[in-house]
Design a protein around this ligand. Structure first.
Ligand SMILES: [Zn+2]
Length: 179
């Protein structure tokens, strides 16, 4: 059981401090967000499967939940879109190249490509023409101009764009290589 109301409880995490003015008759746990003086009454897990909890005020709990645990809770489409977006920068690219050979694949297409194909609803042996056709159709179906205010469609649209980007750049790379 946590001890409260003593000086020694006031120097680290979790922060306990008198709340209210003057006489500290009640002691509440403060929001764990640095500098926040609101009562922290919303527990949030510090990491997946960990019993450790942060205690945030409502606003900071919401903020934390938005930012935490990057991939969990994302649909496959969202996760792939995010991964593809990150793979566009240099470090992501190096990373993607590394694991592309470790994952399942038919030997000619990387894991990324297979995932991108799946997202476009295509088989693993789909050719460039089929990719382009599927991409055009799905991009049109989910385009923000066509589905204004539809958040799911917006996510799908991004995922479709990202998938096409993956396949197109893979195709480009292949065409520079002697086979
Ligand atoms: Zn707070």
């Amino acid at each position: 059981m946590a001890r409260t109301g003593t000086r020694s409880n006031d120097w680290g995490f979790p922060r306990w401090r008198g709340y209210g003015s003057g006489r500290e008759t009640t002691t509440v746990r403060l929001c764990d967000r640095h500098g926040c003086e609101e009562p922290g009454n919303c527990p949030a897990p510090k990491s997946p499967n960990s019993p450790d909890r942060w205690y945030f005020c409502e606003a900071h709990a919401a903020e934390y939940n938005r930012g935490w645990n990057y991939f969990e809770g994302l649909s496959a489409e969202e996760a792939a879109a995010r991964e593809a977006a990150e793979s566009r920068d240099a470090s992501g690219f190096a990373n993607a190249k590394h694991y592309a050979w470790g994952g399942p694949g038919d030997g000619t297409r990387s894991r990324d490509e297979l995932r991108a194909l799946e997202m476009l609803g295509l088989d693993s042996d789909a050719d460039a023409e089929a990719v382009k056709t599927a991409w055009r159709r799905l991009a049109k179906e989910n385009h923000p101009d066509v589905r204004p205010g539809d958040a799911d469609a917006a996510v799908r649209f991004q995922a479709v764009q990202a998938a096409y980007e993956v396949l197109r750049s893979a195709e480009d790379q292949r065409s520079y290589k002697p086979r």
